[in-house]
Design a binder for this molecule. Structure first.
Ligand code: PLP
Length: 350
């Protein structure tokens, strides 16, 4: 079976690059341009993002979500600071200590919470016992929200604002891991500003790779002073790209003609179709609310075995005997693929 015949529910970063962004790369590949971001495409990219967010901001392209997160965090906390995050968050589970490394040792303080979301009251209670101002303790510096969360749920604009208020009251920064930011905005039907700077977010990792890009994300910083510091940290952290225009070309096109939301809307719509279908099949359980493009479902072992023999790619997550799968839809997922997957599940779950 060739790769082209495979059907992807494994991850949105398993999907190919979307044609518009591939075309943007080809269009960019025409003649010389100054390096390190001193090129017209990078200027256009920043202008687009300012228009999209409706405010002044600085945007720094990087190649991975991890580098976006950890470089962003590095301007928000001192080495003796602490970062409050969900215990399933990407910065805790999947970044191999990079947040601690790039912040020169800041401590992650883990917060459980239903459906991958922290509750403001729980973080507030945790802050009460943090020992702020006491020299023996790490000093609370940042709250990190993941949007879409690692369970596929979404923080509403009101929920983000409540965290913004908490952060303001405790003199903390608010950081958002937006690896799936487009999926969240599409799901909420809000303006990007409503769940970022207007709600108190200081730094956003603006994901593109999972939504049709080729190894590109932007760190968006709403505070000019922090942005200046970021420039040095990015270079020192080895993420200042000489050929930045190729990253910028994707970001620029991504933010034009509503492309970013069209791509994310397809992924979300297909997840809705898939979860609606799964929920109609007796014996299938869906673990979390499906707010965006990610589904965690319990099937039967027999069903998983059959799916593994098929063209579908997906991850079995958790102990095998729990028969729990993660299904992620993407910018290019089709209704036909969803229906074929459901047909197999329906046939096997009887
Ligand atoms: C929530 C979240 N944040 C960040 C990332 C970025 O990871 P990477 O460094 O692999 O691009 C991912 C990717 O899986 C993610 O799911």
């Amino acid at each position: 079976m060739t790769l082209a015949q495979k059907k992807n529910f494994a991850s949105d970063n398993v999907a190919p690059v979307c044609p518009e962004l591939m075309a943007a790369l080809t269009a960019e590949n025409n003649g010389p341009a100054f390096g390190y971001g001193n090129d017209p495409t990078t200027e256009r990219m920043e202008r687009n993002l300012r228009d999209l967010f409706g405010c002044s901001l600085r945007a720094f392209p990087v190649a991975t979500g991890t580098s976006a997160n950890v470089l962003g965090l590095s301007v928000l906390t001192p080495p003796y600071g602490s970062i409050y995050c969900h215990d399933l968050s990407h910065i805790e589970v999947d970044e191999c200590g990079a947040p601690e490394f790039y912040t020169a040792g800041a401590k992650l303080v883990l917060q459980p919470g239903a459906n991958g979301k922290m509750a403001v009251k729980d973080v507030a209670a945790n802050l009460e016992k943090s020992g702020a101002g006491v020299v023996h303790h790490v000093q609370p510096a940042v709250v990190n929200l993941t949007q879409v969360t690692d369970c596929g749920t979404v923080y509403t604009a009101d929920e983000v604002s409540e965290f913004g208020e908490l952060c303001r009251n405790h003199n903390l920064a608010l950081h958002m891991d937006g690896a799936r930011f487009a999926n969240a905005v599409s799901a909420l039907g809000c303006e990007p500003a409503d769940i970022t700077w207007k709600a108190g977010v200081d730094v956003l990792s603006f994901g593109v790779t999972k939504n049709g890009g080729m190894a590109v994300e932007a760190v968006i910083i709403f505070d000019e002073k922090k942005a200046q510091e970021f420039e040095f940290r990015r270079k020192r952290g080895a993420h200042l790209f000489s050929k930045m225009r190729y990253l910028s070309a994707q970001l620029a096109r991504y933010t034009e003609d509503g492309l970013w939301l069209d791509l994310a809307s397809n992924a979300n719509e297909m997840a809705r179709r898939l979860s609606d279908g799964l929920l109609k099949i007796s014996g299938v359980r869906v673990e979390y609310p499906v707010d965006a493009n990610m589904i965690f479902a319990f099937l039967s072992e027999k069903t998983i075995e059959q799916l593994e023999k098929s063209d579908f790619m997906f991850y079995v997550m958790g102990p095998r005997n729990e028969a729990r799968v993660r299904l992620v839809t993407s910018w290019n997922t089709t209704a036909q693929e969803v229906d074929q997957f459901l047909d197999i599940v329906r046939a096997e779950m009887v």
